[in-house]
Design a protein around this ligand. Structure first.
Ligand code: BTN
Length: 346
């Protein structure tokens, strides 16, 4: 484990009490002088770390420095995210976040995660980037996000599922993102099937699930998540201004991205573990309570085909079941549709 991650873990764990420099240096196997250098480097990055000199022995005037973390910068920093995820005193084993890599710039975090998937890297790796030059969206669209303002992340997973069940992951991701937004920003978004996280008709986040399957089994799957966090109106491309929003635009204040990213990882990890234990029906229930598509008349476009009907429910694979005017129930899978209109059933 890297020293900065160990230092930050102990600082998060010790909270307002702070941590003794001698103890910390011994724990990470370094000298107090080397520890001091790392603390100075963390301060340079933007971590506000207070030093208190505490007398430990009145007779020989022994003393020890105490470090206390006051605040952390609004940047995504791999060691910090790892420390946040793994610092709770009651440790719960996690699949997500076994390894986290943060890039200043990349073409697409999904592209990197897919490469790792192809190379046989274990599931749970998360790739973040502060900027993407070729961010991918669904149905061949682009995903653009002003540098350092959003969360652009891709999670590599290896669920033992059939390719037809991949939509389950999109469903748990949309639910986890919505729950984390409520918890950190006090915003209650709705989910527009299959992958949009919305607030009052505007898109806050999108999910792109890409996978590679062989012999009827998913080999690896990448959950790409793009979230509009601290963009101002002018940071959003002009043609999207009436349909997209950021959390900052809704809350009228900035949201600390590392805190939100941590909440997303924790929520998604918990739900992924439930999914692996066969608890998908319970997860569907939470998704349904947040979904704005169910009960509405929707138009669905499959290439050249078009159907209109009431979105009734989703099935165990995450496909949408649409009842047409003629009473026919049509199963619509996320990979092939775009929903064009969204009226409530009268
Ligand atoms: C959509 O709504 O169309 C899905 C958008 C998904 C965007 C994210 S940003 C991080 C990850 N990397 C990508 O290239 N795309 C996804």
């Amino acid at each position: 484990m890297k020293h900065d991650e160990q230092i930050l873990r102990e600082l998060y764990r010790s909270g307002d009490e702070g941590v003794c420099a001698n103890f910390l240096a011994t724990k990470i196997g370094t000298s107090c002088a080397a520890l001091w250098k790392r603390i100075e480097e963390l301060r340079r990055i933007g971590f506000e770390i207070l030093t208190n000199r505490i007398n430990t022995n009145q007779i020989d005037a022994g003393h020890s420095d105490h470090y206390r973390l006051l605040s952390s910068p609004d940047l995504l920093f791999g060691e910090d995210l790892m420390a946040r995820i793994h610092s709770p005193k009651i440790h719960s084993p996690k699949i997500l976040g076994r390894q986290i890599q943060v890039f200043r710039e990349t073409a697409s975090t999904n592209e990197i995660a897919q490469r790792l998937g192809k190379d046989g890297v274990a599931e749970g790796v998360i790739i973040f980037s502060e900027h993407q030059t070729r961010g991918r969206g669904r149905l061949g669209r682009h995903w653009t996000s002003a540098r350092g303002k959003g969360i652009l992340m891709s999670v590599l997973l290896r669920p033992q599922l059939r390719p037809s069940q991949a939509a389950r992951l999109t469903i748990i991701a949309a639910t986890a993102v919505s729950r984390a937004m409520k918890c950190i920003a006090n915003v209650s978004p709705s989910i527009k099937w299959p992958n949009d996280v919305m607030f009052k008709g505007r898109k806050l986040a999108g999910i792109l699930t890409e996978m590679h399957a062989e012999s009827g089994q998913i080999r690896y799957l990448v959950l790409g998540i793009g979230i509009n966090v601290n963009q101002k109106n002018e940071d959003i491309p002009e043609h999207l201004r009436s349909t997209a929003a950021s959390l900052k635009m809704i809350c009228a204040h900035s949201i600390h991205r590392a805190t939100l990213a941590t909440a997303i990882i924790e929520a998604l990890d918990a739900d992924y573990q439930k999914l692996l234990c066969g608890d998908f029906p319970k997860l569907i229930h939470e998704w349904e309570t947040r979904c704005e598509t169910l009960g509405k008349i929707i138009s669905v476009h499959f290439g050249n085909r078009h159907i209109e009907g009431c979105a009734e429910t989703i099935d165990a694979d995450g496909a949408l079941l649409v009842r047409t005017a003629s009473g026919q129930r049509i199963r619509v899978s996320a990979s092939e549709v775009s929903i064009r209109s969204n009226k409530r059933q009268s």
